[in-house]
Structures are given as structure tokens and as C-alpha cells.
Write a protein that binds this ligand. Structure first.
Ligand SMILES: Nc1ncnc2c1ncn2[C@@H]1O[C@H](COP(=O)(O)OP(=O)(O)O)[C@@H](O)[C@H]1O
Ligand SMILES: [Mg+2]
Length: 248
């Protein structure tokens, strides 16, 4: 089933076309790779889907409904979670508290209304399950800022999963990680996907993308220049040109 449909999406920043008529669709239980040279518009795409910026034009439908005018908290309530290129846990809280806090609106839907408390047994069980799922059990009581980057990234994924997203946007999760750490993180991402969650993965490491994704969308200068299987992308002259052009 189509989870997310992006149609002719455009974004201008003071005359700069960061996105120019980008269209694609993403399904549940699939990792869709989003690649492209620096400045291609990848993060802008995520910022628009998650409601941080309004687009200049185009449409975005999630599970058949437009999410164009929604604010970030509304988009996340609807079922789209994300992590950021630069990790943002609560640095001075431990792992367990970071995951608990992430339950946010599931427990406290508004200032005036409470659906219970993070201390209720069902939520506490979910907190512990999430910590196991991302492999942070040995670091339960460790303060976030003292975690190695690879574990911080796992924590961010646990925090995003706390809101039970059906689509997860991951912006360069392996950036800054050692090869071993990135392999482990990719294992975790694959597990999340196997549970039926759709994933949009921005990733600069070609090896990782080609290994993890059956389908890849390539952006360059704000436009989609290719979409296809890793084999198709690898041999696509426009893609090769986009990457070689940047290195030259
Ligand atoms: N908030 C903003 N204001 C102005 N320009 C921006 C803003 N965000 C991104 N851009 C510009 O949009 C283009 C695409 O950026 P970005 O989406 O971050 O690319 P990528 O993530 O693919 O490296 C770049 O030229 C960038 O400078
Ligand atoms: Mg980026």
C-alpha cells in the first residue's frame, strides 16, 4: 500500500530552488533510499514532509490524506517520525528517561488533558521493550551526552519509535559512525522496516544504500534525476555525472 505520495513538490528559499517538482511514492515495509550530492535538497525534502517548512508548490499525501498544512507536532501525531542529521537527545537525561520523555503526546495529548502517565505499567513496559529493541539495555542509566555516537543514534531511533510511526524519516543516520557501528545501525533499521514501518533513508554512503534499499530516488540541484533499483542507479549516466561533476 502507498504510504506517502509526494507530487511535484517545490521549495524556494529567496530565489534559490531547493526542490523543483519532485515526485515519488513510498510504501510500508520498504526502505526507500534518497541520495544525491550535497545541497541536492534531501534535508529540505524531509523538513517539508515533517511540517517544518511549507512548500512553495506541490502535494504530499500520507495514507491518502493531504498533510500540507500540518504543523510538525501534527505530522508526528499522524504517524510520521524522524531523526535529524545532528542527533538531538536530551543530553543530561539518561537513556531510560530520554525514551520515556519521547512518549510525549501519547501520554499527555494536550496541556489540559492527560491520557495517563508515563509511569503506568503499559507505558513502562513499552519503554523497556524499545530499549531492548535498539540494543541499549546495558546503557539504561547512562547520561545521553556520554554515549558514543552510534548509541546516541540508536537512542534517537528508540525515541522516534515511541510515537508508533508508520513512516520514519532518517537523515544520514550513519554520518560520523565507524564502519562497524554503521553496519550495526543498518541492521537495526532493517529490523524496524521488517516490522512493516516505511522508511525514507537519506544516506551518503553508497555501499550502505545499495545494500539496504531495493529502490532509490536520486536528487540533484533540487530535481529528481533518477529512480530505480541499485543496479539501475549505479549504471545511470545522469547519476554518475551528478556525482563526478561534484568531485571534479
Ligand atoms: N532554511 C534555509 N534557508 C535558505 N536556504 C536553505 C535553507 N535550507 C536549505 N537551504 C538551501 O537549499 C539547498 C538544499 O539544501 P539541503 O536540503 O540541506 O541539501 P542536502 O540535504 O541534500 O545536502 C542548499 O542550497 C541549501 O543551502
Ligand atoms: Mg542534508
Amino acid at each position: 500500500m502507498t504510504l506517502l505520495e509526494v507530487k511535484a513538490l517545490s521549495k524556494e528559499f529567496d530565489g534559490l530552488r531547493a526542490l523543483d517538482g519532485v515526485s515519488f511514492a513510498a510504501r510500508g515495509g520498504e526502505i526507500l533510499g534518497i541520495i544525491g550530492p550535497n545541497g541536492a535538497g534531501k534535508t529540505t525534502l524531509f523538513n517539508i514532509i515533517s511540517g517544518i517548512y511549507p512548500p512553495s508548490g506541490g502535494e504530499i499525501n500520507f495514507e491518502g490524506k493531504s498533510i500540507l498544512r500540518l504543523k510538525p507536532h501534527q505530522v508526528s501525531r499522524l504517524g510520521i517520525g524522524r531523526t535529524f542529521q545532528i542527533v538531538r537527545p536530551f543530553q543530561n537525561l539518561d537513556v531510560e528517561a530520554n525514551v520515556m520523555v519521547a512518549f510525549g503526546h501519547r501520554v499527555y495529548p494536550s496541556l489540559w488533558k492527560s491520557a495517563g502517565s508515563v509511569w503506568q505499567p503499559e507505558i513502562q513496559k513499552e519503554v523497556q521493550d524499545l530499549i531492548d529493541r535498539v540494543g541499549l539495555r546495558p546503557h539504561l542509566k547512562q547520561i545521553a551526552k556520554t554515549l558514543p555516537l552510534g548509541f546516541k543514534k540508536r537512542l534517537e531511533i528508540a525515541r522516534a519509535l515511541a510515537l508508533q510511526p508508520r513512516l520514519l524519516l532518517l537523515d544520514e543516520p550513519s554520518a560520523g559512525l565507524r564502519f562497524e557501528e554503521s553496519l550495526q545501525l543498518m541492521g537495526l533499521i532493517r529490523q524496524v522496516c521488517d516490522q512493516g514501518i516505511g522508511i525514507l533513508l537519506i544516506e551518503h554512503n553508497m555501499h550502505v544504500v545499495m545494500d539496504l534499499c531495493k529502490r532509490i530516488v536520486v536528487l540533484d540541484h533540487g530535481s529528481k534525476i533518477a529512480e530505480g533499483s541499485p543496479e539501475e542507479i549505479r549504471s545511470n549516466p545522469l547519476v554518475i555525472q551528478a556525482y563526478l561533476g561534484k568531485e571534479a
